[in-house]
Design a protein around this ligand. Structure first.
Ligand SMILES: [Zn+2]
Ligand SMILES: [Zn+2]
Length: 305
């Protein structure tokens, strides 16, 4: 008896749709080459497109907008970052001890699943906050402008400046975000009876991994811009896409910086781009408020001389 064979290729129309919608690269090699800074080449740290005589470099530490933004980093901001790093590290250490003291091996599978979803949620949160800060608001806004939006603007015009920031400047803001959640966890462990601690254990593992990956996001992001002297274990994690790989994050840095916002693991970047998640959100916000996405980002990119 002859076994019916499945067609090996789909119809040309379906194939064309698949090619266009799914298989096409998000940014081509040419777009990356022409519209992002060549961070892996220390001799070409500005722009490959010939510049007009009267305009300065498109990217890098010589960009006038980048210099202006770097100078807005204040002493008060530095103090806030130091306090946040110290408090967050203390809360992480205390929660680790509580988790180890209450862990039950028979619940390992639900703990692993909770931890995995914690990491996934961290990737989504990194994308959402990064998208919101890149796309809306302005450095002129009171309090949040200079303190929290400024680094996002600086990062697009001088992407390797992050590699020159120390641990505190790189991680202070992300550590700050996790403090209320880690504080609540410590409170739960201190005040709840053992039965309730066990009932909430998987949830707390979810929150703990979420907090650790949120806190680590900008460090992982910094590594994704570091093309020289990275520790081998970091390169291993990048190569296996356990954390954000360097080539993957280059796609976000192609002007006008409108996609691939997730910077923890980057696992959600491709599906969210194919779902048009960010562009649909921007369309709805522009329709309802009239605000243009990335208007402030573009303004800073143009301050070239
Ligand atoms: Zn960005
Ligand atoms: Zn970046």
């Amino acid at each position: 008896m002859e076994i019916p064979r499945l067609p090996l290729s789909c119809s040309p129309k379906v194939k064309q749709v698949l090619d266009c919608a799914l298989l096409a690269p998000v940014k081509t090699e040419r777009q990356i080459w022409e519209n992002s800074m060549l961070e892996d080449d220390p001799n070409a740290n500005c722009s490959v497109v010939p510049e007009k005589k009267e305009s300065g470099p498109r990217w890098g530490p010589e960009h006038r907008g980048a210099q202006e933004l770097a100078n807005l980093y204040s002493r008060g901001k530095r103090i806030q970052e130091c306090i946040c790093v110290a408090v967050c590290l203390t809360l992480m250490a205390v929660n680790s001890v509580f988790i180890l003291a209450h862990i039950k091996i028979e619940k390992l599978s639900s703990i692993v699943a909770a931890a995995f979803f914690g990491i996934l949620t961290a990737d989504f949160c990194s994308g959402f906050v990064h998208w919101a800060a890149d796309t809306w608001g302005s450095v002129e806004l009171p309090i949040i402008g200079k303190n929290f939006l400024r680094p996002f603007r600086e990062h697009h015009i001088d992407p390797t400046s992050i590699t020159r920031h120390d641990f505190i400047e790189t991680n202070g803001d992300n550590f700050m975000v996790t403090i209320p959640f880690l504080g609540r966890m410590v409170w739960d462990f201190l005040t709840l009876p053992e039965d309730d601690v066990q009932k909430k254990f998987a949830w707390n593992c979810y929150v703990f991994l979420l907090a650790i990956f949120v806190a680590m996001t900008n460090q992982i992001h910094k590594w994704s811009h570091t093309y020289f002297s990275l520790p081998l274990w970091v390169v291993f994690l990048q190569d296996w896409h356990i954390i954000l790989p360097r080539r993957h994050h280059r796609i976000h840095h192609v002007a006008p910086h409108e996609t691939y916002f997730c910077i923890t693991t980057g696992w959600l970047n491709w599906p969210m781009e194919k779902l048009r998640f960010w562009s649909a959100l921007e369309y709805l916000i522009e329709l309802t408020t009239g605000y243009k996405p990335r208007a402030d980002d573009l303004k800073w990119a143009e301050k070239r001389n």
